[in-house]
Design a protein around this ligand. Structure first.
Ligand SMILES: Cc1ncc(COP(=O)(O)O)c(C=O)c1O
Length: 415
């Protein structure tokens, strides 16, 4: 791999190969990560990076756009088909600028917006006070029910009636359950609010039809393209025709300059893959694997937020295991299992040293792992967090992890 880089730039090459080894020899459980196909990698690393194409297909500010327009139109049409959307903008560089563009398109600075609290599973772009979203708009934040771990829809209704938001944002970065889209829409209609769904995490499952879609109900839907959707790093915005002009204007020239057409080509390729029947099987298996991994972890005494999962994502509170999330993450790194420390709802600890861990199944399912492998992974996690300082033991686990990984190659990595 990367022979040209090897000859030209040894320093970059060394780290790239080390990362390829890490990705293939370890178990990737970060729920926002995945392994893209060789075709997506090729499009993303292509000569399309050479081209400037400010504007939209048919209305550009530079010449030489005939091929770029064809590619961007393909990405748009496939995104619309995949999600059944009236309009798609495929230019957002990533999820955070896409959310910012949506707010810029549909709100005035200072408007009241509702979003899920960060430590209850929301994203920083959903109104964290120190983030741009929290500074530019008056976010009021709902949370999960402390007893059940599910989003408290009664609280959402009460807050909506009290604060009369201009927009309600639904979606998550660390919440293991499906979202009640219809109920959110009902509440928004009661107070005349716009609806914005951020399905960054679950887009692949929504596209495959294994989770309900907000697209029929919501005004605007944003998703990153690099998580369960298994495309390149980037994002798209889907919306009703009535908002199309405002959204397009907010993305360009409102917020961005030249679109990254290499990434847009890679999005088109990934959407083409997601439209195939195999992707439905993949998404169904992601969900099955997460359910199975959650059940196995519960058998080993792990306390899961909401007691399980409907999606690809599991959030475990390690308080009863007497190991903070940060130390668990470090010990698991030592055995080649990658996940992230995470706050749990109403966490008494800080986000940098929280009580929990967040894990998920999109990447390991891409490798072809199924229920038997989930049992082994639950066992390794348990053995690691139970005795995190026993480095001899951790070495044994690492060997077992590596042996399993050799049986499940990663697309695009040939070492
Ligand atoms: C729900 C949600 N929205 C937005 C984003 C932001 O995406 P990006 O990291 O591409 O800016 C993320 C990323 O983790 C996310 O989980």
């Amino acid at each position: 791999m990367y022979e040209t880089i090897k000859k030209q730039d040894e320093a970059v090459y060394k780290s790239m190969i080390a990362e390829a080894k890490r990705q293939s020899e370890g178990i990737e459980l970060i729920p926002s990560e995945n392994y893209v196909s060789q075709a997506v990698l090729e499009a993303n690393g292509s000569i399309l990076t050479n081209k400037y194409s400010e504007g939209y297909p048919g209305k550009r500010y530079y010449g030489g756009q005939e091929n770029i327009d064809a590619i961007e139109n393909l990405a748009i049409e496939r995104a619309k088909k995949l999600f059944g959307a009236e309009h798609a903008n495929v230019q957002p560089y990533s999820g955070s600028p896409a959310n910012t563009a949506i707010y810029f398109a549909l709100l005035e600075f200072g408007d009241t917006v509702m979003g899920l609290k960060l430590d209850h599973g929301g994203h920083i772009t959903h109104g964290l006070p120190i983030a741009y979203s929290g500074k530019a708009y008056n976010f009021v934040q709902y949370g999960v029910n402390p007893e059940t771990g599910y989003i408290d829809m009664e609280e959402v209704r009460k807050m909506a009636q009290e604060h009369k938001p201009k927009m309600i944002v639904a979606g998550f970065t660390a919440y293991p359950r499906d979202i009640e889209w219809k109920k959110f829409k009902e509440i928004a209609d009661e107070v005349g609010a716009l609806t914005m769904a951020d399905i960054s995490h679950t887009a692949g499952l929504v596209a495959a039809g294994v989770l309900e879609s907000p697209v029929p109900y919501f005004d605007v839907v944003m998703t990153t393209t690099h998580k369960t959707l298994r495309g390149p790093r980037g994002a798209i915005i889907l919306c009703k025709e009535a908002h199309a002009k405002a959204i397009d204007k907010a993305v360009f020239p409102g917020l961005q300059g030249g679109p990254h057409e290499h990434a847009i080509a890679a999005k088109a390729v990934a959407f083409g893959e997601a439209l195939k029947p195999e992707f439905k099987e993949y998404a169904a298996q992601v969900k099955k694997n997460a359910y199975h991994l959650a059940e196995e972890m519960k058998k080993k005494g792990f306390k899961l937020v909401s007691d399980g999962t409907d999606t690809h994502l599991i959030l475990a509170d390690l308080t009863n295991k007497n190991l903070p999330g940060k130390e668990a993450q470090v010990a698991l790194d030592e055995v080649g299992i990658t996940l992230n420390k995470n706050t749990v709802p109403n966490d008494p600890r800080s986000p940098f040293d929280p009580s929990g861990i967040r894990l998920g199944t999109p990447a390991i399912t891409t490798r072809g792992m199924k229920e038997p492998e989930m049992e082994r992974i639950a066992d390794w996690i348990d053995r690691t967090v139970t005795d995190p300082q026993n480095h001899e033991n951790l070495k044994v686990i690492k060997k077992e992890v590596e042996t399993l990984c050799t049986k499940f190659p990663v697309p695009g990595i040939k070492l």
